[in-house]
Design a protein around this ligand. Structure first.
Ligand code: NDP
Length: 309
């Protein structure tokens, strides 16, 4: 029986990553370069989207980035949003463009994401970047899946987070011989996570709403990533002893509390390592947005190439 799981503190891990990015930006700016720039487009007045955008901009400024927000009304047309994206594509001081999703129903997110320059894609959702992941080429990777992988790396590093001083101490885990299951197959989370686990040599099962034997498949897995959006769907007794459990789901239940897809209290009795919700994958997603923006900046702007990040 596992002696209580290691709780994978995404908030603290994200802080380490932001600190690293901040150091690199401070160095680049002290070398005479402009700061990296993040352009954010918000359409409509969905309160959750407004609050996500405010957090992302605050974090961007805190690491030394310049940020520019373009707010459009709910009634904005596809053409108007596209024009704003083109404006940001043309601005040399912008390195990352974030189109906050979801968009109002009359707009096509797929078409608009294609308008973002792949070099300025900060979410890693441009089809070219998704294709690069598919073929194993370098490119901007999607934020949430990158956050998931960093949390898996933390679990496999075995080091207590409070002893880690530099995020680079956490090495990419080789998952050869490990069985993993990703529950959910969206282009945003499930599919890219599965590809990233595959890149690390894990043996990957992808489950979805038509999967017949989910409990059995989960119980075989050394790594469980759930990205469904159903509270407490993954039962504690399904979890293999010692497994790493990454819960991407964010669900608001009747009491008003935010919970994941996994029955955390029961699962942590069996898991070797597990993410809480909130405080697990969510903060890593935002930190990875900054990482992508900084990586674009380093590639597009820094003439001397910078170092790491
Ligand atoms: P989607 O709704 O796009 O995808 C959900 C997936 O879950 C689908 O593939 C669906 O299968 C599958 N599914 C639904 N019901 C079941 C079931 N009973 N058994 C197995 N699989 C099922 O969601 P997203 O991928 O966008 O997001 C998933 C969750 O992650 C949400 O809670 C979202 O809020 C959260 N999220 C969290 C982020 C973070 O930063 N922490 C970032 C992004 C998302 P099918 O394809 O067959 O319909």
């Amino acid at each position: 029986m596992a002696q209580g799981a290691l709780i994978l503190n995404g908030k603290a891990l994200a802080k380490l990553l932001r600190r690293k990015i901040k150091e690199h930006i401070a160095k680049a700016v002290s070398d005479g370069n402009r700061p990296p720039g993040l352009g954010v487009i918000l359409v409509g007045d969905n309160p959750a989207s407004k609050s996500y955008v405010a957090t992302k901009e605050k974090m961007a400024r805190a690491v030394g980035m310049a940020s520019e927000q373009i707010s459009l009304p709910d009634s904005a047309t596809q053409r108007e949003v596209r024009d704003k994206i083109e404006e940001l594509n043309a601005k040399s001081e912008i390195d990352g463009i974030l189109l906050q999703l979801p968009l109002p129903q009359h707009l096509s997110a797929d078409e608009l994401l294609c308008c973002i320059s792949p070099q300025k894609d900060s979410d890693g959702l441009h089809p070219l970047n998704q294709g690069r992941l598919m073929v194993g080429a370098d490119g901007v990777r999607p934020c949430t899946p990158m956050g998931v992988m960093k949390l898996v790396d933390l679990a496999y590093s075995g080091a207590p987070l409070d002893e880690i001083k530099d995020i680079d101490e956490i090495k990419a885990a080789d998952l050869a011989g490990k069985r993993s299951i990703v529950i959910g197959r969206s282009a945003l989370v499930g599919k890219p996570v599965a590809l990233m686990l595959l890149e690390r040599n894990a043996t990957v099962t992808i489950a979805h709403s038509k999967t017949a034997d989910l409990p059995d498949r989960v119980s075989e897995a050394d790594i469980v990533v759930s990205a469904v959006g159903r509270p407490f769907m993954i039962k504690g007794e399904w979890i293999k002893e010692g497994a790493t459990v990454i819960d991407v789901g964010i669900n608001r239940i009747e009491s008003g509390a935010l919970v994941g897809d996994v029955d955390f209290e029961a699962a942590k009795e069996r898991a070797g390592a597990i993410t809480p919700v909130p405080g697990g994958v969510g903060p890593m997603t935002v930190a990875m947005l900054l990482f992508n923006t900084f990586s674009n900046y380093r590639r597009n702007c820094l003439k001397n190439g910078g170092d790491g990040g």
